[in-house]
Design a protein around this ligand. Structure first.
Ligand SMILES: [Ca+2]
Ligand SMILES: [Ca+2]
Ligand SMILES: [Ca+2]
Length: 339
């Protein structure tokens, strides 16, 4: 009996092993699906080639899942409704909205009235990539992110009626690379609110800006008002921000006395109306490495020591500021300030 029982168990185990092998082999390997969007397309097409492209990005989004690439062909696409990205890709398998083959498609939201609910793209989902698009004339932010692990790269965001790209409401681990944000202007408040970029009002951890450019926005270049978590900036520029009633700080790295240990490296602020680099009541310790202020009203303004630790400035250079720099509660090394 014992022997037969063991044999039966061994038979069952072998059967299960072979069956499981078959099962794994039978699993379809799901290739990334590509969809195409063209101004001459049609949403009743299948969308899977340039000659059978969809007409709208929104149609392609309804078909998208992790690993999908949505290629946008050249042309100007007009939308008056917010494009909502609420689904999610996966780690290593994002959903991507991309310019097709080096083209420069323009997503134009000029049909939107200036109103805080009229954003261009709204990313509440995670693992999205938006790359190679020009996004313009949104009634509020060009892109608003509250989700996690999203990437925006090689885009131009311009002439929106609030901050070009904003993260808020818990947005975490988002990376913004080589995005230019320019000529954003909120007319209702004569320019008080429209920054180039903002990571403000309760963000999560791990947000990064690399090689971004904020030029000629009505309010600030970059705004971290009440961020609630540290942001990292690498090789970013803020130029000539502050028009009309805007504050005009290049990098506003604080606000409302939250303690956020922001990190900036290789960043340059030029010709901003007020301060190039502005503490703005941040009670955290801020680190600046090889940052340069040129021809701002004040290049570096850090008038208050952090609640714990010290600010850290390494290799920072202040050139041709109209008024003197203010640096308090900091360790400095290899810097040239105008104090
Ligand atoms: Ca607004
Ligand atoms: Ca302002
Ligand atoms: Ca601002």
């Amino acid at each position: 009996m014992m022997k037969r029982g063991r044999r039966r168990i061994s038979f069952i185990l072998t059967f299960l092993m072979i069956a499981s092998l078959f099962c794994f082999n039978e699993l379809p390997v799901k290739a990334a699906t590509n969809y195409y969007v063209s101004t001459s397309g049609n949403d009743s097409n299948n969308g899977t080639s340039t000659s059978t492209a969809f007409k709208t990005i929104t149609k392609a989004i309804t078909k998208a899942s992790a690993g999908t690439n949505i290629y946008v062909l050249n042309g100007t696409y007009k939308y008056s409704s917010t494009i909502k990205l609420s689904a999610s890709g996966k780690s290593g398998s994002p959903i991507r909205i991309l310019n097709y083959n080096g083209s420069k498609p323009v997503i134009d939201f000029s049909g939107q009235a200036e109103n805080s609910s009229n954003r261009g793209f709204q990313i509440s989902g995670s693992y999205w990539t938006i790359s190679g698009l020009t996004i313009q004339n949104a009634g509020d932010n060009g892109i608003f992110i509250s989700g996690n692990n999203n990437n925006v790269s090689y885009c131009t965001i311009t002439k929106c009626h609030d901050t070009g790209l904003q993260m808020s409401n818990g947005a975490a681990y988002n990376t913004i690379t080589s995005v230019t944000s320019t000529y954003n202007y909120d007319s209702a408040t004569n320019g008080e609110n429209a920054d180039g970029f903002a990571a403000k009002l309760n963000i999560g951890a791990g947000n990064v800006f690399k090689n971004c450019i904020a030029t000629s926005n009505s309010d600030d270049g970059y705004d971290c008002y009440r961020a609630g978590n540290a942001v990292k900036f690498y090789n970013c520029q803020a130029n000539y921000n502050g028009l009309y009633d805007g504050n005009g700080q290049g990098f506003k790295v604080g606000g409302d006395y939250t303690a956020d240990n922001h990190y900036l490296e290789g960043c340059t602020a030029t010709g901003n109306k007020s301060r190039g680099f502005d503490q703005n009541n941040n009670t955290g310790a801020i680190t600046l490495v090889k940052c340069t202020g040129i021809k701002n009203n004040v290049n570096f303004y850090f008038p208050t020591a952090p609640k714990s630790g010290k600010h850290s400035f390494t290799g920072c250079i202040s050139t041709s500021g109209k008024s003197k720099d203010k640096i308090v509660g900091a360790t400095t090394s290899g810097c040239s300030f105008n104090q």
